[in-house]
Write a protein that binds this ligand. Structure first.
Ligand code: NAD
Length: 241
């Protein structure tokens, strides 16, 4: 039977492109999201089921993952931690609510999901974990102390999981997208976005499909030896190590 993949925040944007690309590559895919409206639309369009739960909440995530495993008769073998949000403000204006929301959805979610799939992967002796970080976790960004901290945290988490999982056939890698053409980026003021794109040597925003193909590459059975890596997919905007 084809391997089972879960893509968080999978009903829209990068997550939607990743879910579709994994399905096209032959995996059984379940997406997750909190937004019921985009979930319905996405399933109607693609046939990919969407499990509604909030990845920032440990108990909801535990129950959501247990249901997916029961319905699909086996463990999740590929986990793509993609769900993320922004709540931008310079530090001197940032509220504790916006700090906590971003840390919880972008970073604590990594624990909530991975903790609830890791035992199944260990038993199976196989796992592929792909965590979506950001160029702004590598280089920092004005107005994004919360987001940059969360996304940098994702990189440390990814590497520690790689150490722990390697002997059990589990890989854990991170992708740092640059600026990609999704609704998250559409929220940036057009004049600001123009100055950002002007700094990208490739001269344009990235497309969700360009992140999705990197995920498919990392998810492959053959990618066993690629473990603990951070792959930058940013049109040469920043080269970090
Ligand atoms: P998006 O806002 O278009 O989509 C995010 C999806 O995650 C939405 O469907 C949303 O409903 C879902 N989501 C939000 N909170 C959730 C929660 N608590 N539980 C479950 N689902 C939740 O964003 P995107 O641009 O597709 O970004 C996807 C990921 O890529 C994020 O982690 C983001 O930080 C990262 N990223 C995006 C870019 C970019 O340029 N778009 C760049 C670097 C990194």
């Amino acid at each position: 039977m084809a391997r089972l993949a879960l893509v968080t925040g999978g009903a829209r944007g990068l997550g939607a492109a990743i879910s579709i690309a994994l399905k096209d590559a032959g995996y059984r895919v379940v997406a997750n999201d909190v937004n019921e409206e985009s979930a319905k639309e996405f399933t109607a369009k693609t046939g990919i089921p969407v499990a509604i739960f909030d990845v920032s909440n440990f108990e909801s995530t535990k129950a959501g993952i247990a249901k997916i495993v029961a319905e699909n008769g086996g463990p999740i073998e590929i986990l793509v931690n993609n769900a993320g949000i922004t709540r931008d403000a310079p530090l001197h204006k940032m509220t504790p609510e916006n700090w906590n929301a971003v840390i919880n959805v972008n970073l604590t979610s990594m624990f909530n999901t991975t903790r609830n799939v890791i035992e199944g992967m260990r038993e199976k002796g196989f796992g592929r974990i792909v965590n979506i970080s950001s160029v702004n976790g590598q280089v920092g960004q004005f107005g994004q102390t919360n987001y940059s901290a969360a996304k940098a945290g994702v990189l440390g988490f990814t590497k520690a999981v790689a150490h722990e999982g390697a002997a059990k056939g589990i890989t854990s890698n991170a992708i740092c997208p640059g600026y990609i053409n999704t609704e998250m980026v559409a929220k940036i003021a057009p004049e600001v976005l123009k100055t950002i794109v002007a700094k990208v040597p490739t001269g344009r925003l990235g497309e969700p499909s360009e992140i999705a193909r990197t995920v498919v590459f990392l998810a492959a059975d053959e990618a066993q030896y690629l473990n603990g890596a951070t792959l930058s997919v940013n049109g040469a905007l920043a080269m970090c190590g």
